[in-house]
Every structure is written in structure tokens, then in C-alpha cells.
Design a protein around this ligand. Structure first.
Ligand code: NAD
Length: 316
């Protein structure tokens, strides 16, 4: 569907903190030729397009404009970052009603354009809204992807790299589950330079306590940041561009995204964060890790929490 030399278009819906940080990061990575900005606040989208365009002489040629839903027709990817964000003290699941209602309109407008590409969803609660996008759009599950725990996994790798003083790109480990309060770390498969982290700290009980605290900082990172600056956006923006690159460049990259489970991990009929291989068809394959019993129980608890939260909206 997408290849070098062809015009590639991303349509971004929602030009708030997350959307515009994504746009700025996309512009700097020279990944696509066209970026259309869509927001219910048209003035905001227009202002952002002008500002971004003024950076082009310092980067590479690209067409950026404030547009509308018909522009989604020729988009390879539609990224949705529209809707309410968490106020201080609010959980992601508290946003379910308002953002599902917004998504009904957005997704039907995108599909009304004739769009036939891949959706990337970032709006919270992201697992629920990706499920909603899949249902409302009627697209195959492979082509509806949520950012899931892509950011949480990045936070995990960054904090571990800081703790062990090793480049975060050499730290491998995943956060699975809800992008939210019930997510879990997969310690049984976390490694640095192929060495399992659990073996590295085997005889150091204080290090285990440090790592437990480190995970709490991963899980609660959004609260810590929102209390200090009102919103989080740079990390997720980089994660969304990473996902865009895996799709556009057909990278077959393993990323922890939100995808529909149909029996994997003993779960079905929900979108939740797990590692998967991503290429230009969307999700190529879900990776089923051999979790230990505690991790599997935590994943099932996370899934149950999501399903409970979705019940009033989707009558599960
Ligand atoms: P924001 O308030 O800055 O921006 C939201 C934008 O959506 C605004 O420009 C608003 O006008 C627009 N909008 C609202 N309703 C719309 C509609 N019906 N159609 C088109 N546009 C509409 O919020 P933000 O900080 O950019 O956050 C956006 C979302 O991303 C939130 O739900 C937030 O929780 C989520 N988020 C997700 C992650 C993640 O890891 N997935 C990380 C950070 C934030």
C-alpha cells in the first residue's frame, strides 16, 4: 500500500498538545509528504498549520494544511488525538463517556470520506477508544491500532537505563495491559544486553525494592507530569511517530500497542497493550509472551477492569 516514491499522507485529528507535538516530531523526521490537520476548533488547526509550515525551509519539503474530513480519503494513516485529556486527579477511564461520543462523530466522518488506510488512536482511555474505532469503522482489526503501552514501555526502558546507567536502546522490557492504572511490567523477560534483569539483581533485595518503586513511577508518570505541567505530550508524540514509521517504512517492528485479542493470552473481544509486529498492513502478528503466573494474573485483572469500564458503553 505504501512505498518509497509515492505520496504519503497522514491526517491528524485533534491539534491539541498531543496532536501538535506529533506533527512537530513528524516534520522533523521527514517521513511523509503530506500532513492535514483537522480540529473542531478550525482556527487552532489553521494557526498550527501556519506555524509548522514556517519551519519547512529548515527541514524538508512537505505539504501541511488545515483541512477537513474529505481530506482523509487519500490518507494512508489517520491519527486521532482529539478529545478531552485528564484533569489533575482524573483517571483515564473517567474520560470514557465524553470521548466515546466524540469518536462516534469523528470515525463516521473519516469513513464517510472513503478512507481505506490505517487508524492510529492516542486519545484516552486509549484501549477503549481503539475498540470503539474498530467497531465504528468496520475496518479489519489489523488496521486499527492504539498507542497502548508504547509510551509506558518507553518510560520503563528509560527509567531502567537511568538506574543501570546503560543506553535505553539496549534495555529491553515491556509494559503490558491497560494504558492506565492496571498495567503491569513483564519482569520475567526484561533484559539488558541479553542478561535478565532479575538475574542481575538476584542477591540484592534492596535493588528489587528499587525496581518495584521504579515501576510505580512508570505507572503513575502521567499523574506526576500532569500535576507539574498540566498535560503529557512529547513522549507520546515520539511514540506515535515511531508507530507511523513502522507502518510507512514497512519495518516489521515490535512495539507494545493496543490491538484486538481473540484468544491470545486467554483473552478475547478487547483491545489491550501487548507486543506486536507492525508493518505497512498494520498489525502483522501478536507476540504471545510466556508470562509467569503473577504476570498472567495481572494481565487478566487489567483486562477485566477494561471490560467492566466498557460495559455501559458497549453492553459487554
Ligand atoms: P488537548 O485538549 O490539548 O487537545 C485536544 C484537541 O481535540 C483540541 O484541540 C480540541 O479542539 C480537539 N477536539 C475536541 N473534540 C473534537 C472533535 N469532536 N473533533 C475534532 N477535534 C476535537 O488534549 P491533549 O493533551 O492533546 O490530549 C489529547 C488526548 O490524548 C487526551 O485524551 C489525552 O488523555 C490523550 N493522551 C494519550 C496519551 C497516550 O499515551 N495514549 C498520552 C498523553 C495524552
Amino acid at each position: 500500500m505504501m512505498y518509497e516514491g509515492k505520496t504519503t499522507r497522514v491526517a491528524l485529528i485533534g491539534t491539541g498538545f498531543v496532536g501538535t507535538s506529533y506533527a512537530f516530531s513528524l516534520l522533523n523526521q521527514e517521513l511523509v509528504n503530506e500532513l492535514v490537520l483537522i480540529d473542531v476548533n478550525k482556527e487552532k488547526a489553521e494557526g498550527e498549520a501556519r506555524d509548522l509550515n514556517h519551519g519547512l525551509p529548515f527541514g524538508a519539503p512537505m505539504r501541511i494544511w488545515a483541512g477537513d474530513y474529505p481530506d482523509c480519503k487519500d490518507a494512508d494513516i489517520v491519527v486521532i488525538a482529539a478529545g478531552a485529556n485528564q484533569a489533575p486527579g482524573e483517571t483515564r477511564l473517567d474520560l470514557i463517556d465524553k470521548n466515546t461520543a466524540i469518536f462516534k462523530t469523528i470515525v463516521s466522518s473519516v469513513m464517510g470520506s472513503g478512507f481505506d488506510g490505517i487508524f492510529i488512536v492516542a486519545t484516552n482511555p486509549v484501549d477503549v477508544l481503539t475498540y470503539a474505532t474498530w467497531k465504528f469503522s468496520g475496518l479489519p482489526k489489523e488496521r486499527v491500532i492504539g498507542s497502548g503501552t508504547i509510551l509506558d514501555t518507553a518510560r520503563f526502558r528509560y527509567l531502567l537505563s537511568d538506574y543501570f546507567n546503560v543506553d535505553s536502546r539496549n534495555v529491553h522490557g515491556y509494559i503490558l495491559g491497560e494504558h492506565g492504572d492496571t498495567e503491569l511490567p513483564v519482569w520475567s523477560h526484561a533484559t539488558i544486553g541479553s542478561r535478565p534483569i532479575m538475574s542481575l539483581i538476584k542477591d540484592k533485595p534492596e535493588a528489587k525494592e528499587d525496581l518495584d518503586a521504579l515501576f510505580v513511577n512508570v505507572r503513575d508518570a502521567a499523574y506526576h507530569i500532569i500535576n507539574r505541567k498540566g498535560a503529557t505530550y512529547y513522549g507520546i508524540a515520539m511514540g506515535l511517530v515511531r508507530l507511523t514509521r513502522a507502518i510507512i517504512r514497512n519495518e516489521n517492528s515490535i512495539l507494545t500497542i493496543s490491538t484486538l485479542l481473540e484468544g491470545e493470552y486467554g483473552l478475547d473481544d478487547l483491545y489491550i497493550g501487548v507486543p506486536a509486529i507492525v508493518n505497512n498492513n498494520g498489525i502483522r502478528e501478536i507476540i504471545e509472551l510466556d508470562l509467569d503466573q503473577t504476570e498472567l494474573d495481572q494481565l487478566h485483572h487489567s483486562a477485566k477492569t477494561l471490560k467492566e469500564a466498557m460495559k455501559p458503553v458497549f453492553q459487554h
